[in-house]
Ligand binder design. Structure first.
Ligand code: HEC
Length: 105
């Protein structure tokens, strides 16, 4: 078998890098956490995550959630500004997976 051309090697190396680089370790990962993980992790440490179910069922919007997230930060929730913004989006426009955190969904 003849040698691979350098560009073929480059392509192989690049493909390998693309496959292996994406984060084994979430902390080093640029990608955002999926909503349901973020909500689960951040909103279930002080009270049951089911605290969020009633307002989700009522379809509360980002105005409500902005206020609520701020209140939780005041209560001691440890999040970054980016996470707070993401949480508002996740809760104001809940995916099926976020809704699935609530028992009767
Ligand atoms: C540091 C602790 C803490 C974390 C983390 C936390 N909360 Fe709370 N949360 C509280 C406390 C304490 C109360 C009860 C006091 C109150 O009702 O204001 C509460 C109450 C609530 C209520 C009821 C509020 C109301 O008006 O009665 C909702 C909704 C809520 N939390 C949502 C969330 C969401 C969403 C998250 C994640 C983004 C979250 N909480 C994370 C401490 C926390």
């Amino acid at each position: 078998m003849h040698m691979l051309h350098y560009w073929q090697k480059t392509a192989v190396v690049l493909a390998f890098a693309l496959i292996t680089v994406p984060c084994g370790q979430p902390q080093q990962c640029q990608a955002k956490e999926p909503c349901e993980k973020l909500v689960q992790n951040k909103c279930s440490s002080c009270h049951f995550v089911t605290y969020i179910c009633e307002p989700i069922e009522r379809g509360k919007g980002s105005f409500y959630w902005k206020r609520t997230v701020k209140a939780m930060v005041m209560s001691g929730m440890e999040t970054t500004k980016e996470e707070n913004e993401q949480l508002v989006d996740c809760l104001g426009n809940p995916s099926d997976k976020v809704q699935a955190l609530c028992p009767n969904k």
